[in-house]
Design a protein around this ligand. Sequence first.
Ligand code: TXA
Ligand code: MG
Length: 342
Amino acid sequence: MKTKILESNEENIHIAAGIIRQGGLVAFPTETVYGLGADALNPDAVGKVYAAKGRPSDNPMIVHIAKPEDFEKLTPSLSPVVRKLMEAFWPGPLTMVVRRKPEVPDVTTGGLDTVGVRMPDNKTALALIEYSGTPIAAPSANISGRPSPTRPGHVIHDLDGRIDAILTGGDCRVGIESTVLDVTTDEPVILRPGIITKKELEKALGLPVSIDPALLQKRPAEKGKGLGGDDPEFHPKAPGMKYRHYAPKAEMVIVRGRRDAVEKEVERLRGENEKAGRKVGVILFGEQAFAEAAHDFFADLRAMDECGTDLIIAGALSDTDGVGFAVMNRMLKSAGYNIIEV
Ligand code: TXA
Ligand code: MG
């Protein structure tokens, strides 16, 4: 398939919207990461997304809307909690999991009776959804298992030849995917951490918000068994959180502990491996530079793969529930929970 690479301008966004309406696939920028979009209400179109990404079909997609009013087409009713969160965070990197209406096809929700919905904070994304005249289902625009794409080159690398079009639009502002919040229960639960944190959600709601216990699990992955290995307690509620994810081609290890000890161990490992003839890449963010870490992490992994790195050594970020915690969630998966404690 020949993929059209389109700059984000009015004319091209209309062309891309035409492709969506006809059941085709278009990758587009959002403020978090690039998405791979299809008409969320057209089961054939959504089916093609799974095929293009090589994505397991039990993993539901996030449905993107352009106006708050569109939310009511997807869910039977909007609770006061949902209304408050829309007011506080939309457009923006917050996905809300709500009951779905029967109009939302099974293939979009992976057969669940809920649907994840968000309104992205990106002009191109909002225009594409509006011109398409339909909500757009979009997972991240990478081959399944690879780091999420935060620059147009990443999308072209993974999906050129596999989809109808790519709308390019520069670097993504946030760099990690949206916070996924289940609002179907009395106390909202964070299913995937993101740049919108537990504290910010609690402040906006005046209510406690919890974190899916599966996200706090420390148990390492075992080969072929997915994250959590045999652990019967490991049942993340967002199906996507159980797969090996974000994996670079290089071997990767995380060094965790006090800052000075981490720096020392990173240098020791670098020296030892370079001596052995391996190409080593180091990812060490400033101690509190969590937003910068979010912005750069996936791009750093891809850049290191591009230049043939054999081993990536990353310093852990110490944060229990904020933006650093969200980056650590991705870092642990990228490294397959390969950690050295110092
Ligand atoms: O920032 C983002 O959210 C990006 C951009 C493109 O919007 N999208 C994204 O989609 O990251 P994806 O498919 O890569 O991740 C969606 C996550 C998965 O972990 C999935 O299991 C979870 O959201 N999810 C979606 N719908 C759900 C539902 N109804 N119940 C529980 N988890 C759901
Ligand atoms: Mg993804």
